[in-house]
Design a protein around this ligand. Structure first.
Ligand code: ADE
Length: 246
């Protein structure tokens, strides 16, 4: 079931630091939740521990540094998160620097998911059998996802980044949907090599610290403005990302 059928997206986040997810109450995401466009449930992984120390990790088989998060605890947490949702399909996102790279195209795709579950790993990651087990269950779609080629202390910051990128694409969340269409990144992955970065933008005052706004923008000539913006976008793309198709 997609959100277009249910009209309500549900996002579950499972973490040993639920307080880390507090920003999900602010700004656009907070408003979308209040408006009933979106339901976000943050769960403390330690609620599923069974020992007095509330242990979530153990030493890695085969040796090596660091600790690995136990599949037993994760399994209980993910099962409960799925059981609490009415969705038929649960999209489980396991955050790891070893995952596929998150892109705008993936944000677009995920914005249509009825129930996204973000599993925020810490330490040396989550026992691989968690991914393997849920991949074998037809009611789950599992993705291991990285937000970039750098290593964070855990998946929480990555989940925040992804949720922000995803939620703003849910219909009704952004007041002016035209601003989404104009964005250079609203492109399919297939188009990526030819995608343009956004042109530079200006507002008042017309001169600031001896820097004037480019004259064309105050000319009132919309054709010229469009042409100039496209040239600027091309130049910026070439400079920052290398050659464009044109
Ligand atoms: N956990 C640690 N580093 C990460 C990254 N770059 N992306 C997603 N999850 C992570």
């Amino acid at each position: 079931m997609t959100n277009s059928e249910t009209n309500k997206n549900r996002i579950s986040v499972i973490s040993i630091f639920p307080e880390y997810l507090a920003p999900l109450e602010l700004s656009l995401i907070g408003k979308a939740r209040e408006a009933g466009l979106l339901e976000i449930v943050v769960t403390d992984l330690r609620d599923f521990t069974t020992d007095i120390h509330r242990t979530v990790d153990d030493t890695p088989y085969g040796g090596g540094a660091g600790m690995v998060m136990m599949p037993t605890i994760w399994g209980e947490a993910i099962d409960q998160s799925a059981a609490n949702s009415e969705a038929e399909i649960h999209d489980l996102v396991i955050l790891t620097p070893a995952g596929e790279l998150f892109t705008q195209a993936k944000a677009q795709e995920m914005s249509t998911c009825a129930h996204l579950i973000f599993a925020c790993g810490r330490y040396e990651g989550i026992d691989q059998r968690v991914t393997d087990h849920y991949r074998s269950r037809p009611e789950f779609r599992v993705r291991e996802v990285s937000i970039g080629d750098y290593v964070l202390n855990g998946g929480e910051a990555a989940a925040l980044v992804m949720i922000e990128a995803i939620v703003r694409l849910i219909p009704g969340v952004i007041g002016n949907p035209a601003s989404l269409e104009e964005e250079s990144h609203t492109i399919s992955e297939a188009q990526l090599p030819g995608a343009l970065l956004e042109y530079p933008t200006y507002t008042k005052p017309p001169v600031w610290r001896e820097l004037a706004v480019p004259e064309v923008l105050t000319s009132g000539n919309h054709g010229l403005i469009q042409k100039w913006r496209r040239e600027m976008a091309l130049a910026r793309t070439r400079r920052i990302r290398g050659l464009t198709r044109e």
